[in-house]
Design a protein around this ligand. Structure first.
Ligand SMILES: [Fe+2]
Length: 287
């Protein structure tokens, strides 16, 4: 949000904490808001009624008169980073509308004509893709303040590093197993210490716990989609599931680089934006 606010100084970005003032201060430390405004709702009486959600489920956008343009933009929990393109599109249209000098505005000016790519244009693109692939790496996440979770994160990062290196389906399945195991343990801990209203009314849209769990599911869905895609290819190649030919095809199959990139981003973003929040509620030696 801070980088958005820097990019668009004519839009007011508000990060409204629905937890405590302490969590708002924690967000300030984490994100260093300067251009975006950091605020909190002091009491449940001030909560919006009938709509509203945590930022990872979508943003609320209003125009300069306070009229809603969107009560819920595309959700990060469903679309990852791509969800933010929706916010940019809405703001682009809103700001375009506002332009006083309409004479110079042509409705087609924002449409880039399609070009036929030639070999010369493709070559640098391919080279760029290869460079990006080479650069892909996973770092062990920073401590989240709970030792057992730090250990889990390190194990998950090691499994993802192996996936980057080998691109094998077996490595992808290991990542899946590690993450499932870790997410289960983490969710149990959050419930035990009632992080993010874990034990409150399940319909509470503002529960940090429930949104956290949704992000776990989103990450596992990215992995499951790829596992299913590979399974489909191998069964299509050999004609029957589970035969030795199938196993060979599976061994030869490579996990899509784009998917690995998505997993790396999703895991890194998750530990940074979600896991870093429970350290002040769950004791460091909890297990
Ligand atoms: Fe988590």
């Amino acid at each position: 949000m801070e980088s958005w606010a820097q990019k668009r100084p004519n839009v007011q970005y508000l990060c409204v904490c629905v937890d405590s003032q302490g969590v708002a201060f924690q967000f300030q430390q984490m994100f260093g808001f300067q251009h975006a405004k950091n605020c909190w709702i002091p009491d449940r009486r001030y909560f919006p009624v009938g709509y509203g959600q945590l930022g990872c489920s979508g943003f609320v956008i209003s125009d300069e008169d306070g009229l809603f343009v969107s009560r819920k933009t595309t959700s990060y929990l469903n679309y990852g980073e791509k969800a933010f393109d929706d916010v940019d599109d809405i703001l682009d249209k809103l700001l375009e509308k506002k332009k006083d000098n309409k004479e110079n505005y042509s409705p087609t000016s924002s449409v880039t004509p399609l070009k036929t790519e030639n070999r010369e244009e493709k070559a640098p693109k391919r080279q760029k893709k290869e460079e990006e692939e080479k650069k892909m790496e996973i770092e062990v996440p920073k401590s989240v303040g709970v030792d057992s979770m730090d250990e889990d994160h390190e194990e998950c990062a090691v499994a993802i590093a192996l996936l980057i290196k080998t691109r094998s389906v077996d490595a992808l399945q290991t990542v899946s197993q590690q993450l499932i195991h870790h997410f289960n343990e983490e969710e149990e801990l959050m419930q035990k210490h009632n992080f993010g209203n874990a034990n409150d009314d399940p319909s509470n849209e503002f529960s940090a716990y429930r949104n956290h769990v949704k992000d776990h599911k989103r990450i596992l869905e990215i992995i499951n989609r790829e596992i299913n895609a590979v399974a489909l290819v191998s069964s299509a190649c050999c004609g029957a599931k589970g035969t030795s030919t199938c196993e060979t095809t599976k061994k030869l199959a490579k996990v899509d680089t784009q998917v690995i990139k998505e997993i790396v981003e999703a895991f890194s973003n998750h530990t940074e934006k979600y896991d870093s929040l429970y350290g002040h509620v769950i004791p460091s030696n909890a297990s």
